[in-house]
Ligand binder design. Sequence first.
Ligand SMILES: NC(=O)c1ccc[n+]([C@@H]2O[C@H](COP(=O)([O-])OP(=O)(O)OC[C@H]3O[C@@H](n4cnc5c(N)ncnc54)[C@H](O)[C@@H]3O)[C@@H](O)[C@H]2O)c1
Ligand SMILES: [Zn+2]
Length: 404
Amino acid sequence: MVARTLERGVERRDERKKGRRSHEVSAGPKREDFVLHSRIRKAVKQFTVNTPPGPYAVVCWRGVLARAGALLETLEPVSGVFLLSSPPVWRRWGRALEKSLRRVHGAQAILFDDRESAKTLATVERLCRELARARADRQSVIVALGGGVVGDVAGFVAASYARGIRIVQVPSTLLAQIDSSIGGKTGVNLPEGKNLVGAFHQPRLVITDPQLLKTLPPRQYRAGLYEAVKYGVIGDEMLFRFFERRMGEVLRQEPAALGWALERCIRAKAEVVSADERESGLREILNFGHTFGHALEAATRYRKFLHGEAVGWGMIAAARLSVQMKLLAPAEETRIAQLVRRVGPLPKLPAVKPERMVELMRGDKKARGGRLRVVVARRIGAVETAEDVPEEMVASVLNWMWES
Ligand SMILES: NC(=O)c1ccc[n+]([C@@H]2O[C@H](COP(=O)([O-])OP(=O)(O)OC[C@H]3O[C@@H](n4cnc5c(N)ncnc54)[C@H](O)[C@@H]3O)[C@@H](O)[C@H]2O)c1
Ligand SMILES: [Zn+2]
């Protein structure tokens, strides 16, 4: 079992002498979790993701990057390690990763552009050819150090090269840490659309170090926070309340608050993926705020909003729609909108006609056969998919948004 081996490996090498505890978290919310003891903060947090190809661990604690080498040793046999990253991330964190891998023989870095425009098959081909020239084989391991773009591209390379080799994700953005590094969705864009070519390929291990977020541009950090708020709305009321009380600390990346929230989000994603690897049912709840958010991104050709920001607007819209459908109490809608706005200023809504937005929402892949499917909230902490949402109702929500 990956998780077991990991736990033992890490404890034996580093933690026991420092008195750290290792424990898996898979139970539901506990009231004591609210108390941010420094003792708890030092704990080795590990989450297990159970998927059909096998279980894997998400290891999350401040400073874990320095232990990446020890963690990789648990994956033996390994014929070679290839570090896939982008220049901006590598400049800040590459040395630390290499240092932790000094005992791993012959780790080799391959850098590529992580702009969304470079998330293409051409980049995948280039990377595969570099791997081939470096004689990567089926016992090689890819380590992806970066945000969602690096993770998605490297993941697709790992899924394709030699019909599939192992990958370890080391996410460096908040969005990647709480979302894209977990769940095995990989892929690249086509001129015809985003993420149109890809594969499910689960990582063998995810190494999440909150310290990496220190160098992240603040706007990118906030974009990830909107997605973090989403986890509160879809299934974790305590997380939502935590953000209501301590958003200031989270925004300042104070270790205790950030660590607690991060773990909570990772647990939520790990649980949803474990229950539903291929996004048929439960995984759909992760799309709260996304039908509207995707339409907003498409309407502005992916230039005006970061994904998380579009989701921020999308959650405001979905909460209003939920009230209109008489599912959600107005007071809860207010709390959702207020919390979204506390994360930071959202870019202004563009000059797009509501009809165009409805059209884009209908074209969203979550709309089956032209009917509008939207994830709506019943209360903070509980959402569901609504089928056949009347377009007039969506249009009225959109009108309200653009007017207010
Ligand atoms: N696979 C999935 O399940 C999934 C889920 C959500 C999003 N995604 C994909 O993720 C991508 C977006 O990822 P993202 O939001 O992580 O952004 P990103 O990968 O585009 O990174 C954002 C920017 O931050 C920089 N950066 C990353 N880490 C840094 C660090 N620690 N310090 C300084 N700079 C850093 C990057 O170089 C980049 O310029 C999209 O392509 C999206 O489709 C995938
Ligand atoms: Zn998202």
